[in-house]
Design a protein around this ligand. Structure first.
Ligand code: TMP
Ligand code: MG
Length: 293
């Protein structure tokens, strides 16, 4: 019977789709199909998962990098943030280092960048323009992804170590900030004149999403009782985004392997149910959702 569910998703046979246990994937999709959209919730990372990694040979900016606009920050600050990116991003994705080794370095990266941003006196009323002027890009198929979930009343939790205010503006400008979307991220705290003075709450970086998930579980009440989880991410740290969900019956995890492909393939295959190699689209998640609905 499981083969049946599989045959209806020809997209899964593409050579960019890797699975360590095909059978488990088939069985999970079948189970999700049987219990329907009313039992499903989707939890997704944002930067380089819902947004593209690259476009026309150039890297697409993350929510942090969207702020790299003279409207918001000066040239000197841009240089410093770029330097930090060049230092810490290779560490973030280094297959030879453990999460424990990366953890303090990620805190260091985020803390330094947020401090630089706060020194720039960023104005809230200019964020939307900076997003409009940026080459930020959601993955191909995003409209179907967001719209389908909204139509089926399936909650979509976007869990991002990026900047929440920028993230919201990106999805708003793409007309997909639907009522079923919840966001956990780093939000800016503006003073009464609309100038950035701090970041709200506990800092979220790539490898502490578990803590964030547990902290937010209590008030995300609409997610309770939805025992099937479809999780999308591009980092091993993203796998802990569902740790706040209790009574999970079926989980299907999809990992976008964008960078350091050969070095990380094994690690990703052992960690995600489905690994998408250099796939800049949401074709596979969309095909799976279509099968469940
Ligand atoms: P995500 O959780 O939505 O993927 O966002 C986190 C990503 O942001 C992570 O992969 C690293 C990236 N990042 C930057 O691009 N620039 C920065 O300055 C920082 C702190 C993070
Ligand atoms: Mg990401």
């Amino acid at each position: 019977i499981f083969k049946n569910a599989f045959l209806q998703i020809p997209e899964l046979s593409k050579c960019s789709v890797l699975m360590r246990e095909r059978c488990r994937v088939e069985e999970t999709i079948y189970n999700m199909q049987q219990t329907g959209p009313e039992n499903l919730q989707v939890i997704s990372d944002f930067d380089m998962t819902l947004t593209r990694f690259a476009y026309k040979g150039k890297r697409v900016p993350t929510t942090h990098n969207i702020l790299d606009n003279r409207l918001l920050i000066d040239e000197n600050c841009t240089k410093k943030i770029k330097k930090l990116l060049n230092t810490y991003y290779p560490i973030e994705i280094d297959a030879r280092l453990s999460t424990e080794e990366k953890l303090p370095l990620m805190v260091e990266w985020w803390t330094k960048v947020h401090k630089l941003l706060m020194e720039q006196k960023i104005r809230k009323d200019l964020l939307a323009q900076a997003v409009r002027e940026s080459p930020s890009k959601l993955r191909e198929g995003y409209k179907m992804f967001f719209d389908h979930l909204a139509e089926q009343n399936v909650p979509l939790l976007i869990f991002s170590a990026g900047i929440g205010d920028v993230l919201e503006e990106v999805i708003r400008q793409n007309h997909v900030f639907h009522p079923n979307v919840n966001i956990i991220s780093n939000y800016m705290d503006f003073d009464h004149t609309g100038v950035l003075q701090a970041f709200k709450g506990q800092l979220i970086h790539t490898f502490n999403k578990r803590e964030g998930a547990l902290a937010h579980a209590a008030h995300l009440t609409e997610l309770k009782g939805r025992q099937n989880v479809l999780l999308l991410g591009d980092s091993l740290g993203d796998l802990t985004m569902a740790d706040g969900v209790s009574n999970v019956q079926n989980t299907l995890t999809i990992g976008f392997l964008n960078d350091q492909v050969e070095e990380r393939k094994e690690l990703f295959l052992n960690s995600f149910d489905i690994v998408l190699v250099k796939d800049e689209t949401l074709e596979i998640p969309n095909a799976i959702l279509k099968n469940i609905f």
